[in-house]
Design a protein around this ligand. Sequence first.
Ligand code: ANZ
Ligand code: ZN
Length: 874
Amino acid sequence: MTAERYNARESEPRWQATWDQKAIFASKNDDPRPKYYVLEMFPYPSGRIHIGHVRNYTLGDVLARFMRARGYNVLHPMGWDAFGLPAENAAIERKVAPKAWTYDNIAAMKKQLRSIGLSLDWSREFATCDPSYYKHQQKMFLDMLAAGLAEREKRKLNWDPVDMTVLANEQVIDGRGWRSGAVVEQREMSQWVFKITKYAQELLDALDGLDRWPDKVRLMQRNWIGRSEGVLIRFALDPATTPAGESELKIFTTRPDTLFGAKFMAISADHPLAQAAAAKNPKLAEFIADIKKIGTAQSIIDTAEKQGFDTGIKAVHPFDPSWKLPVYVANFVLMEYGTGAIFGCPAHDQRDLDFVNKYNLGNVPVVCPEGQDPKTFVITDVAYDGDGRMINSRFLDGMTIEAAKEEVAKRLESELRGNAPVGERQVNFRLRDWGISRQRYWGCPIPVIHCPKCDVVPVPDDQLPVTLPEDVSFDRPGNALDHHPTWKHVSCPKCGGKAVRETDTMDTFVDSSWYFARFTDPWNKDAPTTPAVANRMMPVDQYIGGVEHAILHLLYSRFFTRAMKATGHIDMSEPFAGMFTQGMVVHETYQKADGVWVTPAEVKIEVDGNARRAVLLATGEDVAIGPIEKMSKSKKNTVDPDDIIASYGADVARWFMLSDSPPDRDVIWSDERVQGAARFVQRLWRLVNESAEIAKAAPAARPGTFGPEAQALRKAAHGALDKVSSGIERLHFNVCLAHIREFANALAEVLAKSDKPAADVAWALKEAATILVQLVSPMMPHLAEECWVVLGQSGLVSEADWPQIERDLLVEDSVTLVVQVNGKKRGDVTVPRTAQNAEIEAAVLALDAVKAALDGKPVRKVIVVPMRIVNVVG
Ligand code: ANZ
Ligand code: ZN
């Protein structure tokens, strides 16, 4: 019997319409079943879905469909991370309003997402640029302001005078703005910050409890938070050497044990003492201006040559009043960390060593590694930061590093100068408060008003949202909100006098720091969340997204959830119970002789033996095959999801993405393998049709007993069911797909032999085909629906319960034992699980390998280790 080919193009839109009509993926908040919240990172509406989205959303969709079938109330929503710079660039370049551009893109991308067949609850959709969303964000900002979690802070920021905007450190290259090329100025500016540092310790500690997060992500967060334990030491300064009689320099060190190896002090160019000294010393002022030119990005500072300027100031060693240390201004000391000042111990810190080697200040090792002779141990070019015993350190000599740290801290804490101890233990974090002010139009307005009399006044609740004006122009650089003729001019809510609105908008990371909570009740007009609902539907059970968001987005979301807890919007601290980072979709690159990149669609690959050649379809010219890289517009190595779905169907794209690599690894897009997936779709379709034909002869009632053939098929079916079920739970999708293929082969074998099958085999075939269809339904939902109809099942497979596993079918009834002759492995033997020793012995001695190894010698003994080994002693 031959079934017609499965026609994805006809079938897929039909099933999508059916799912929509019946709204089967909408979850209800009053559903009494246990909830399961699956979320993929929501997309930025750039205009088109890319293949990475298809992978991300397919991974989540498989889990959502599976958990739904398992009886959970699954929440699987979708929305749009819709504020951001590209909309403003489109406005500048193409003269379209950011709002129109954004919503057009959303409409186009929503259509694309639908064509993938995702089981999403669209009734909860929102875009972060909807005033009905950002209204609540503004309210939470004000709540955080009242709770002391938002503050205004003066910060030195990189100001691009041409683009009229603040730049991140990474955007300053060689002292110039990355876009404008203008020399960047350091401007002290007030900006709004969220007090994430209040939670630094808690955000760190709670990582231990996130046991369904990848270790690498937790490690990245740990490093970002960057906790160090150390000592704050007040070094005395010789007032005769300081610009204005300053008498003290505070430094932070994590290595107080190395104090006797100190060779110099160094302060940041932004340190008040450096500024004061520079005011009296033009050469120093010039040096400071010079080192600031290289920019302030950490990566640059780490790699730049160490440079310093001796200020002439002298510091006094805390354990020896006669020991004076020179104070340098140095380019590797940052004002933002610790106190912006250090003591340098070159023998045990590489930066300090590079520094002294340049300025010939010498070094004294104070930690001697185990096994080295302290008398001959020297440091030349490589600092030693390992373990060891203290040397050259007076009262510390012979101690371990730990003991020496403790001893120094204790002594400095108990020694007073003035009324204060000379040293105190301190914990420092690398984490900084989160600056959220952006001089941008297309973002969430910060809802405050600046009044000359009353200072900062919150916008009253009943005036929220503060909406963005739509009549803006982008013909001048800078913030369009600020240029708007009327928008910012308001009267003060407190005194009624003339005042101006804040024209900075929020960092778009704020928008994505709570959207997951909003999804639990996006209909609430009065509050960001409905706490009873949010507390029930949150946390997200499985969050899925790219590793590029492993630090900031996840950390900000973890902070924001805590802030929402503190302000009464939710009653939990951690938003994501499970986190999964998926790999990228990568592809070969193709480049013409003139260096122009061309798309995979424009080339034909010719395979000649082992050699592969790429030619340009249009002209027949050779193009070079380049390395496999992340799909990107610049290298043109992209495939368009629309093209793939038009030629193969969404199910094939989904299947390919899931089958070819573990989900956390990169997957190489390969046309040949996509075609392989397409062939598998047709194969499944034939198998199900043939099974359905035979199933017509199957008895309605389950047979009382099953013969060996039916039993074997049932074992294959339930074995696959078991493995695929546990595989999906662990997101081992590629393994699941391998099991499905194996099971399909087993079914095909039985089918090939079953022209006129016995009743038990016919029944087992129908059961097996039904299970097969359910197993593929999370991955290829359209094909599965079509097969479901062919099998005569009622309803939709998308709504069907997951099949029950019959556990007694999972017990293996044979075991395989290793066979040894005189202790050496010679092969193995498979026997019934119930076999007695005599039966096993006979089977083993009959093996050719055993006979050969014995070489005619008599058997003295056979030792059977049950279920494991048989040793023949000859
Ligand atoms: C003396 C010393 C000796 C240090 C030694 C290290 C090794 P983490 O672990 O990142 O907290 N440091 C302190 N403030 C700094 C700043 N503003 N800019 C640059 N470096 C700074 O690093 C703490 C160590 O980094 C501190 O301990 C200090 O150098 C340096 F063998 O003090 B240490
Ligand atoms: Zn006022």
